[in-house]
Design a protein around this ligand. Sequence first.
Ligand code: CTP
Length: 397
Amino acid sequence: MLKNKNIILGVCGSIAAYKSASLVRLLVKAGANVKVILTANAAAFITPLTLATLSKNPVYTKYYEEETGVWSNHVELALWADYILIAPASANTLSKMANGVCDNLLSAVYLSAKCQVLFAPAMDLDMWKHESTQENIRKLLAFGNLMIAPGSGELASGLVGEGRLAEPEEIMDFLNAQITQGMPLLGRKVLVTAGPTYEAIDPVRFIGNHSSGKMGFAIAHAFENLGADVTLISGPSAEQSSAGIKRINVRSAAEMHQACMEHFKAASITVMSAAVADYTPEIVAKEKIKKQDQTLTITLKKTADILAELGSQKTADQILVGFALETTNEEEHAKQKLQRKNLDFIVLNSLNDSGAGFGVDTNKITIINKALEKKTYEVKSKAAVAADICQEIISLL
Ligand code: CTP
């Protein structure tokens, strides 16, 4: 669950801070990228060196490190995180979080965060029971934060009762359960194609197109975030895919065809966003073609229509989605493709829409389903468009 997830672990001043060492170890072992922020009081209970060594990352303690001259940007840290976990969370930090106080790096990162925040309180019995603490916790839960409740038992003060930090294993279980909940496609096999294809003319030239692969890569990442097991077949593209995605690089339409045929059967969802060449040179010259006459004719032959072939093989429990990039009669052409290729829905881009098309980071789409109903969307980032496409697929499941 935690593989490649970015976790900020906030550690507050509590004797339970010693448990954060085990917690970091468990998080790292589960494949998470961990950055630790210690409050000044926490650093009195556990050394930054311990947590830096275990997390394999520098530990953050303040906005500005005098020794190194490094400024820790709280906004960047907050945006980096997929989850912020505050464990142990002291009464003092909970109070700051509940009331918008940000007088240290951890509270500033909390206020800047857009991701899910979880907190695991640890404090003495009477502090825990105090109406001020309970009121702060009610507020924090109402803000959408999640609490990993403290356990009951012997406390450092010698008192017995509630207030003991949840065990690291319990915190891990809570976090894993939380991640699973946000992953409706957990374990589903998904096939995505992206990018252009290059059709060789001779050893140095090819016929290609302007597709950058950005849209397909965004779709692959959106599926990964929803828990899917993603295979991405990509034509030549400068885009980076995350380590969790199985990436297969291809060049030509024929190579993409072969890779799709190999992986389609196992996929319960396939999204064909690649801009596959419709034609390829009939003969690929073995040597570089030399300049001779005023004109040069290259005979092209049709490539296999991969999507149509997948559509003809598709079983009832497979979902198949295609793309249509049009310049004229957009909807009519998209509807014809949807039906001809036996798709569950088609994503239409029009080159006439500003903010849509090749190379840009935004897109504007219309989704047309089997019943020929259409949904139009605003111009959005390709990541947001990818999330919309995934949601549409989830609604079909
Ligand atoms: N496609 C494919 N194999 C091809 C060509 C296209 O799988 N050889 C897929 C694309 O990935 C896209 C969809 O088909 O999902 C639409 O591609 P497009 O080229 O627009 O459609 P065509 O059927 O080729 O129609 P036309 O070129 O006439 O617009």
